[in-house]
Ligand binder design. Sequence first.
Ligand code: SPV
Ligand code: MG
Length: 536
Amino acid sequence: MSKTKQLRALLDPDRLDFILEAHNGLSARIAEEAGFKAIWASGLAISASLGVRDNNEASWTQMLEVAEYMADATRVPILLDGDTGHGNFNNFRRFVRKLEQRGIAGVCIEDKVFPKTNSFLRGETQPLAAMDEFCGKISAGKESRQDADFVIVARTEALIAGWGLAEAVRRAEAYRVAGADAIVVHSAQSKPDEVFAFLEAWAGRHPVILIPTKYHTTPTEAFAQRRVSALIWANHLMRASLTAMQRCARQIRRDNTISGVEEEVAPLREVFRLQGDAELQSAEERFLAASPRRSAIILAATRGSGALYPLTAAVPKCLLRVGGVSLLDRLCDNLAALNTREITVVAGYRAETIVRAGLLRVENAAWATTGELSSLALAAGALHGPGLLAFGDILCRRHILASLLDDDADLVVAADRRIRQPGAQGGRARDLLRLSEPAAHAFLDAECQAVAAAFSPTYGDYDAEWIGLLKYSATGAGWIRAWLEANRGRPDFIQGGVIDLLAGLLAEGRKVKVHVVSGDWTTVEDACDLAEASNL
Ligand code: SPV
Ligand code: MG
C-alpha cells in the first residue's frame, strides 16, 4: 500500500491509532521499528534538533530536506508538521508538490500567521490566520496534489489562542468544507476538558487527530471512546535523546574518560544496524566486482652473506635501508598498495627487530642451519591464494609485483633474461630458468621448462634468472602445500631452496608461467648490490 494510502487509513475513527514524533532519519527508523504505523515530523523536534527555535527559523526547504531523510529511512508514512504552510496559498501548494516529490504522505497546517511560534509559548497572544484565507490555502493544497491520497490536515489553534469553543468548531467546519482530510484541534491545557467539549460539539462529522502533550494523563481509552482517529505523541523521541545526551555529556566531562558511559550508550553495531549496513554489505557482494583478498609470504630469516655482516650486526638483511626505507617496508608498502594486506614474514636472525603494524611474524629459530623451504613450511598456514611468495631481500619496482598479482595463472614467476654475475664476494647461487620462448622473443611471457641453481658464470642452457617472486592462485597454493607436505621428510628439504620447490612442481607436471622483466629489480647480497639498490 502506498504511504499516502497507509496514512489515509489511519484517519478511520473506528480505530484509534498512534503517530510518534521523529526528527531525522535515525529517529524515524527507531519509531518505525517500535511498531508505529505513522510518524509525525514535528516542527518543534526538527527545529530543536537543528538547534534553532520553533519560529520558522529553519526554512521550508530545510524542513523538506530533513523530511526526505526521514521518508528515505522508513516504510511507514510521514505526516509533516507544515506550520502555517510557509506563506500564502501559492507557497503552500508548491510546498505540497515538493512534499509529494520527496515521499511525504501528508502535511498538517495550522491557522496561525507566518512566522509562527510554538503553541506552548505565549499561546494566547498569537494571532490566528483569517479563516477564509486559511480555507483558500487548504483548497489550493488539495488542488495541487498529484496523488489524491496525499493527506492534508487542518489544525485550529482557536482554543490555544483563547477564541473559545464556538470559534474552534466554526473554523474546523470551514476547514472540513474547504477540503481538509482531518482536523487537529490543539489545546495547551493539562486536562482534556476543552478538547472533549469540542469532540462533543463536533459529533464525529469528520476525522479528528489530537496532540495530548499537555493533557497526557488522560487515559488513552477516553480518546478511543470519543472516536478520535489518531493521537500524535509529538516530541518524545527528541526529549528522550536530549535527556540522554545531557547525562552522557556531563558524565564524560566529569570523568575525563568515555569508559564510564560505554555500557550506557548504544553499541556501535546497533548504530550500523540502524543505518542499514547489512543491506550495503549484501549489495556489495552482488554489485561490486570482488577485489581478491591477496596475501603474501616473505622469507626473511637469514642474516645474509658474510659480505654484509658489518651492516647486519643488529638487524636482519631485510631491514637494510635503501633510500631511508628498509627493504621489507618498501616491499610491504608496495604490496599494501596492491591490495595485499595479509602479509606473513618468516623471521629468523634478529627476529625481534622485525615489527610492523599488521605484519604476521612467524619465527624460524633454526634459521642458521636451515634453508628457504624450512622457512616456507613454517608459514604453510598462510599459504592460500591468490598470494605472493617473495624473498625479503628483493627490491623491485611496483609494476613487477602488480603484473604478477594480476595474473590469474596458478603459478607465475618473474625472471630477467640478463643473468647477473654472482656477487664479487660470493653471495648465493643464481636461480635459473629455462624458458619456452627463444631469446628473440625476449619480452614475451613464457613457460618455465626447467630450473637450476648455479654459481657458474656461463649458466649452461638456462635463459633467465628468477628474481625471487612467485605468485600462486588458490589452486597453486594447494599444490605448494601438498608438495611441502609430501617432501618435508626428505633429507635435502631442510637446506632446500624455493627453486627446489619449483623443480618439484614442474616434475609433477604443473605449469609455471614466466613474466619476463628487464631490470627494475635487484637483490641485496653485498655492498655493491646495496649501492645498485640505491640507484634503483
Ligand atoms: C510540533 O510538534 O511541532 C507541533 C505540536 O506542532 S506542538 O509542539 O504541540 O505545537
Ligand atoms: Mg509544530
